[in-house]
Ligand binder design. Sequence first.
Ligand code: HEC
Ligand code: HEC
Ligand code: HEC
Ligand code: HEC
Length: 408
Amino acid sequence: MKPSARILFLTMLALGMTVAGYSTGGSAQTPGPAAGSNADLKAAYATPQDIAEGKRVAEASCASCHGIDGISKAKDTPHIAGQRPGYLYTELRVYQSGGRGNTTMNNGVKFLSDDALVKVSAYYASLDSAPPASLSAKASAARPDPVAAGKAAAAGCGGCHGETGISKVPGMPSLVGLDPKYFVAAVNAYKNNQRKHDMMKTLVSALSEGELNNIALYYAMQKPAKAQTPAPGNQALGKTAAAACSGCHGEGGVSTGTAASLAGQDAQYFASAMKEYKSGSRTDQAMKAPAASVDETVVKNMAAYYANQTPQPPKVRKPLTTAEMAQRCDRCHGVDGNSTDPRSPAIAAQRAEYLEKVLRAYRKGERKSTAMAAMLDGLSDADIEGLASHYSRQKARTVVYVSLPPAK
Ligand code: HEC
Ligand code: HEC
Ligand code: HEC
Ligand code: HEC
């Protein structure tokens, strides 16, 4: 690469001004945009001499940690080769002011002049980026589609519960329309003998927590329909009796709380569950009194009524896959993390460990950025690991700037 021709620079920054509307790490110590000024980025070329001087600064002050090629060999140290020059410079200023906390970087930049910061930024920006991490490296952290994974893990359940959770066998509960929280609690109750059913216990004992969550999500995402099983009984009488249940089980058996949804449930399973609550072989504080208050005929009628109610999909949002999450990040960070905004960091081919570390720092609020804090709100550790792995494996690309003739 011919650095001299490629590197655009930010003369406004070189003059020590900050960029309007852009938070340089958000530290209290960093100066905000000059009041009333419309200061924004202004492009300039770094001369070969600037780059050569930048290299001398790098040799003396940076290479011991970042390498003279800007490609880090330590897991906590980021690659800086090929990073956007405006971003490099801005972050160096942030370290100087202590805005990124107390890191090993602070001493590295403490005594450097603004001119040296500009030149060393130009130097590292001019270098070839790190190659992407190999596919094998932490690739497994990328999260597969949880619904597809749930479907695969539920392969053995369909024979009894129906392929999409709509029961075709009397006595087998439908699993569609159940809230995932209830679903997971029910399976765990079989596992720990709180719900006594040896067969179900054996069938679910090998499921991990992750598999179970995916299965619950898979059934919750299926289009619900009534169980395809007989439901003898007087629905009208059942409806009257069920008025006492709607406080917990919802209108028409569509629950919005912790009680199971009953709409469309297999009638025989319904009746056997009531029998078990009554005999005490299935115990639940909330169901004790309702089950005691009804006889077999009433239960049969209620079972017929509920079996004929239309089940509704539970309100769950499908979690995003890593690729779907990354699309949101790419809005600011560029295609596959190759930022085209000189102020935004490129994150393609960055070290996965460093990405994980800074993402956690944003989430905790240790590293301050309003844009990033909003993005990380609600992301789990697994999401962060998936994203870090994803970006570390993308190929880093340089930005192309097109010089246009001045407008007439
Ligand atoms: C003692 C080792 C050390 C020295 C010397 C050092 N750095 Fe760093 N640098 C680090 C570490 C560690 C981090 C990550 C710190 C963090 O998490 O905020 C870092 C972070 C950075 C970042 C932020 C990168 C990003 O993607 O946000 C830039 C830019 C940077 N260094 C440039 C330089 C330059 C230029 C020099 C020389 C003037 C230098 N560093 C000297 C260790 C060092
Ligand atoms: C051999 C038939 C069979 C298979 C296979 C089976 N189940 Fe079941 N399942 C049942 C029966 C019968 C019940 C009712 C048990 C009871 O009375 O508590 C049940 C109950 C349940 C319940 C409780 C439903 C509710 O409304 O409370 C859940 C959840 C469940 N099964 C999930 C699964 C999952 C997940 C799998 C696959 C890993 C699976 N089952 C495989 C027969 C089966
Ligand atoms: C105070 C709240 C409350 C009331 C009132 C109530 N239930 Fe329940 N019901 C629950 C809860 C909570 C569960 C889940 C308990 C468990 O996990 O075993 C449940 C579970 C059930 C189940 C088992 C569902 C399944 O999929 O395994 C049936 C059947 C049932 N209730 C029927 C009724 C009927 C019929 C009435 C009215 C006569 C009624 N409930 C009244 C809270 C209530
Ligand atoms: C609204 C724009 C925006 C979105 C969307 C966004 N970012 Fe950022 N990101 C930024 C800005 C601006 C910075 C620099 C902030 C600073 O100075 O600390 C940044 C910094 C980062 C950094 C630190 C880079 C470094 O080298 O230290 C990482 C990593 C990062 N973002 C990853 C992500 C991921 C992953 C997502 C999606 C979950 C995301 N970003 C979404 C704007 C955005």
